[in-house]
Design a protein around this ligand. Sequence first.
Ligand SMILES: Nc1ncnc2c1ncn2[C@@H]1O[C@H](COP(=O)(O)OP(=O)(O)OP(=O)(O)O)[C@@H](O)[C@H]1O
Ligand SMILES: [Mg+2]
Length: 264
Amino acid sequence: MAEREPPDTKNIIQMQGVSKRFGEVVALDDVDFHLRRNEIMAVAGDNGAGKSTLIKCLAGAHQPDEGQILINGSEVSLNSPREAKQLGIETTFQDLAVAGNLTVAQNIFLGRERMHGPDSLFGILNKTKMRVRARELLQDLDIDVSVDAEVANLSGGERQLVSISRTLLSDPEIVILDEPTSALSVEGAERVLHLIQKMKQGGISIILISHNLDYVREASDRIHVLHQGQSAGVIEKENVQRDDIVNRMIAGMPEDEQAHVVTS
Ligand SMILES: Nc1ncnc2c1ncn2[C@@H]1O[C@H](COP(=O)(O)OP(=O)(O)OP(=O)(O)O)[C@@H](O)[C@H]1O
Ligand SMILES: [Mg+2]
């Protein structure tokens, strides 16, 4: 009898043979994707390569048609965003969800407002508590934005910082960021990248999707490239070359790697 494999302590997420179709479109085709504990893994790929679909499967927004997802070595089924959150996975989606007419503190607590009293019976919002907690959170992250500012009056970069800091409220193990630097100035993007490093220092494991290959190379420990719904391989930071990423994005996995794929 084969010996039982020890539980996987290296990888916090393992996706094995994951496929997802939308009608005729194969958005993900037999993808293996591994996230190591406390690493920053970038996902690169051209438009339509399947990046958002991959992370939506992890965020509980989509369910794969085939394949398994393991978190901390145990197989899970993520049937809703709520289930993903309960397993410690927080996501900021590509189409940024911040409400412009609310303040920074209100945005951070949107959907999980703190109430007065032990059981929220009377539904009275505890605004003071939320403001204090939001201020602490932003201070911890070196984010210099007032909790009372209306989000509509913030710059794109500041909005992005608020949106990311929101994910940290529940003390997650895994944070997924879909295009957090798109449409940002150089300075705005640098602030977001700084925040991502800070999250890593705090012990979080991070998936970063970005079209900007310079940011990807600067910020990540490894890069997983997708090409037309298939894995085009994983590049370690020390081996990363821009041309290699671009070639994989355009042409998929190099032939000499196809026989022995290593993703973990
Ligand atoms: N809800 C959906 N219904 C139908 N097709 C979809 C849906 N979501 C994604 N697709 C298709 O699946 C493929 C992968 O899309 P996905 O959004 O994952 O790509 P992406 O790599 O995130 O692209 P981008 O860089 O443009 O954000 C595309 O062909 C897209 O049109
Ligand atoms: Mg996308």
